[in-house]
Design a protein around this ligand. Structure first.
Ligand code: 26W
Length: 793
């Protein structure tokens, strides 16, 4: 392959050529299974599920492809014989950061699991030219740089020009009755965009299934090239910008036209290509819902609903009732957040001028909804739930009204949707609501990221768990086996030493692998409360300053977090953490008892390094706000002990490991809602009445923290004087007490390792294999691996 690609032999080649040669080999190795999977699906007319997601946060693919193909060890060994280190060449691959956080990574775990569980399921999204911005710290401030991940090419994708489709924007539309009585739309002056698919094979683990991730790129259609030069360039730039950048917002709605264009672009292209493919099987459009399921990952692809209606009405000439029936049966929707600032709603003017025909259809869906509900529900409820209201189109309402299934992502989250956030809808459509607790793939997050742990587990209980993760429960038999617990400790120590090397190399910070590695890795958001973590660190710092003999086990606090570039408050928190790190890491009197490591540019590849090295998993969001969380699952699977509020999936983690093996603190969701109801939270009182907390908060404004005056002051005010929206001060004491407990437990190594072991043993239910099987069974009604049925509880 090296010779074919680069006309050189191994001795002459460098890492980059070796990486691309190997990548090409792997791709051709799976090519046969890829086409035979497609042929099989076609021949058997298998129902297909399509996961529509704005984001797929894939991470590097070379090793996961090798693992799933079952040739990781063979290739590693073969390369070694040639004097090549696999670990070195996998680093060459750009980490495709086509997602912000949890939602995008979930989509990536799901497509891996669908292929593994032999579910005919594929991803559909956008081939962003630039991934999520690259984060750099300059003087402690976050600076965003472009992430040009495609610069050196992408071995995994195949451009399929013959499958390109056209997506139309703008223009005028009017309806005209044809001789056979159809109302047909006529379009004038539309802007046409060519959507070109790039397909990536998604390889199942230990089987012959290879599904497809189809990502769309926006290009100028060929016939438009006959224009004058400058108009051509301008138009090309405008069109190509559609698939250029991923919006860096997480849980924050940005009402921008380009974003709406992106959403319609991949929705329309995806649905057109699904229908085209469906029709190739020669089936009548009337049976579409028997062969196709479309999943809407958060509201970003909610235009799937009017777009499918448009195609069924205008192209297939179905009548409204019939088309609507099909649409509801095809569509299902997952909600990923209850944060009101994340709820997408588009101004009528924007959507009606960009997508005139789609807007007509949305209006008609809304009109019929109101009409139908009038006899059944109060006007108040109808007004609160209709799609078009207050000059906006509410995307969540559209998604709910047009889907047969609406799910939350953890038990608590789904309960809150039913009882609070979507209560009106729950009363209207009770049977549509269901829960699907998130999951993670054990292949990337244990088998690849933590090879020593994988080996130890295999030694103890065999390798059935690799296919059936709940088998990890067998580890419980070793809970009192000192030898196993010590081996577990050794592995953690190795992983920590490994990560410490990276930290020294990349950040020039020396950390002690015998310290507690306390990890909070997730997007920076006020509700996730990185600030609570920081206030506790400041408390320890003050304790040590006051009495250097304060008895605490040394700690390394590890943060990884990007802030949305427009989220000023989150960026201030980043600067503050970095300033506190400056202060503490360079204070000799602290005697290395505290260190702060804020990893730059946190993403999938860094997560793979950090998670195996973690002792403590910080999951400290304000109860009710974190829909599920998935880093909590990855960290537990790698033997970290969770320090958590009863939020999202933390509740289910507690149920699995028992209260003795997780440290829970803080308000419950019920208490939070109670506070909202009686408006009785006054953060200022906590500042006034709690001297320890007061002393800690004062460091934000009294010059203790270097070079962060403005940030310190703003953050102080937000907590003390402006109401402390996320109850940081309220939960402070309980958090400090919980951290003390961690300190004590850690100093008893056997007890600690027993907790770690029980966490690993209990993590089995959080495999995304189970999650996707439940989607396949309960929502999509598609087939799956015959022996997987028993995995569904
Ligand atoms: C429109 C802007 C925008 C962008 C992204 C709004 C909302 C989002 C996502 C829904 C944010 C997100 O990633 N949510 C996370 O989804 C994970 C997977 O279900 C959950 O585990 C996290 O708790 C949730 O915050």
């Amino acid at each position: 392959m090296l010779t074919e690609l680069y006309s050189m032999d191994v001795a002459q080649s460098e890492d980059t050529e070796q990486y691309f040669a190997l990548g090409n080999l792997v791709r051709s190795y799976c090519a046969k299974n890829w086409s035979s999977t497609n042929r099989l699906y076609m021949k058997k007319e298998k129902k297909q599920a399509y996961y529509f997601s704005m984001e797929f946060l894939l991470g590097r693919m070379l090793k996961s492809n090798l693992l799933n193909l079952g040739i990781l060890e063979t290739v590693r060994g073969g390369l070694k014989e040639l004097g090549i280190d696999l670990e070195k060449i996998v680093q060459i691959e750009a980490d495709p950061g086509l997602g912000n956080g949890g939602l995008g990574r979930l989509a990536a775990c799901f497509i891996d699991s669908m292929a593994t569980c032999e579910i005919p399921g594929h991803g559909n999204g956008i081939r962003f030219k630039y991934g999520l911005f690259k984060q750099k710290f300059v003087n402690g401030y976050q600076v965003e740089l472009p992430e040009n991940w495609l610069q050196n090419g992408n071995v995994w994708e195949t451009r399929r020009m013959n499958m390109a489709v056209t997506v139309s924007f703008y223009g005028k539309v009017w309806l005209e009755e044809t001789v056979n009585g159809y109302m047909l739309p006529h379009y004038e002056n539309t802007e046409r965009v060519l959507a070109v698919p790039y397909d990536t094979p998604i390889i199942g683990y230990g089987n012959n299934t290879v599904n497809t991730l189809r990502l769309w790129s926006a290009e100028l259609p060929a016939q438009d090239e006959a224009m004058d030069y400058w108009s051509y360039i301008q138009r090309r730039n405008r069109i190509e910008s559609i698939s250029e950048v991923l919006y860096p917002d997480d849980s924050n709605y940005e009402g921008r036209l380009l974003r709406l264009k992106q959403e319609y672009f991949f929705v329309s292209a995806g649905i057109q290509s699904i229908i085209r493919h469906y029709k190739k099987m020669g089936l009548s459009i009337n049976h579409l819902a028997e062969k196709v399921a479309i999943h809407i990952n958060d509201t970003h692809p909610a235009l799937c609903i009017p777009e499918l209606m448009r195609l069924l009405l205008d192209e297939e000439h179905l009548d409204w009732e019939h088309a609507w029936n099909i649409t509801i049966n095809v569509m299902s929707y997952t909600n990923h957040t209850i944060m009101s600032e994340a709820l997408e709603k588009w101004p009528i003017d924007m959507i009606s001028s960009l997508l005139p025909r789609v807007y007509q259809i949305i209006s008609e869906i809304d009109r019929r909804y109101v009409e139908k509900m009038a006899a059944l529900h109060s006007t108040g409820k109808i007004e609160r739930t209709r799609i078009i209201e207050g000059g906006h189109v509410k995307m969540a309402h559209l998604a709910i009204i047009g889907s047969h299934s609406i799910n939350g992502v953890a038990k608590l989250h789904t309960a809150i949707l039913k009882e609070k956030v979507l209560h009106d809808f729950f009363l209207i459509y009770p049977s549509r609501f269901n829960n699907k607790t998130n999951g993670i793939t054990q292949r990337r997050w244990l088998m690849l990221a933590n090879e020593p742990l994988r080996e130890l587990i295999n030694e103890k209980i065999g390798n059935d768990w690799e296919k059936t993760l709940t088998e990890l429960k067998m580890l419980k038999a070793f809970r009192n086996d000192e030898e196993t617990l010590k081996e577990l400790a050794e592995i953690k120590r190795i992983n920590k030493a490994h990560f410490a090397e990276y930290v020294l190399d990349a950040l020039k910070i020396e950390v002690d692998p015998d310290a507690i590695f306390d990890v909070q890795i997730k997007r920076l958001h006020a509700y996730k409360r990185q600030l609570l973590n920081l206030l506790h660190i400041l408390k320890l710092y003050l304790d040590l300053k006051e009495d250097p003999k304060t008895d605490i086990h040394p700690r390394v606090f590890i943060f990884g977090a990007k802030a949305a570039p427009s989220y000023t408050y989150a960026k201030e928190i980043i600067k503050l953490i970095n300033s506190v790190a400056e202060l503490i890491n360079h204070d000799a009197s602290i005697n290395n008892k505290l260190k702060i490591v804020f990893i730059e540019n946190y993403g999938v590849s860094l997560a793979e390094k950090i998670i195996p090295a973690a002792d403590v998993s910080e999951q400290i969001s304000l109860a009710s706000k974190e829909a599920s969380g998935t880093s909590n699952m990855k960290l537990m699977l790698n033997g970290a002990v969770t320090l958590a509020t009863l939020d999202g999936a933390n509740v289910e983690i507690r149920d699995r490991v028992g209260s003795e093996n997780i440290i829970i603190f803080g308000l419950t969701d019920k208490e939070v809602y109670q506070y909202y109801q009686d408006g009785s939270y006054h953060s200022h009182d906590y500042y006034e009445n709690n001297p320890v907390l007061q002393r800690v908060l004062n460091t934000l404004i009294d010059g203790t923290i270097p070079d962060a005056e403005t940030e310190g002051r703003d953050i102080f005010n937000s907590l003390v004087n402006y109401g402390d929206e996320y109850f940081v001060l309220r939960d402070f004491d309980e958090y400090v007490a919980a951290q003390k407990k961690i300190d004590k437990l850690y100093r008893d190594p056997l007890t600690w390792q027993r907790m770690a072991l029980i966490n690993i043993a209990g993590a089995g239910v959080f495999s995304s294999d189970y999650t996707v099987l439940q989607y396949a069974n309960d929502i999509w009604d598609v087939a799956y691996r015959p022996d997987a049925g028993e995995l569904l509880n």
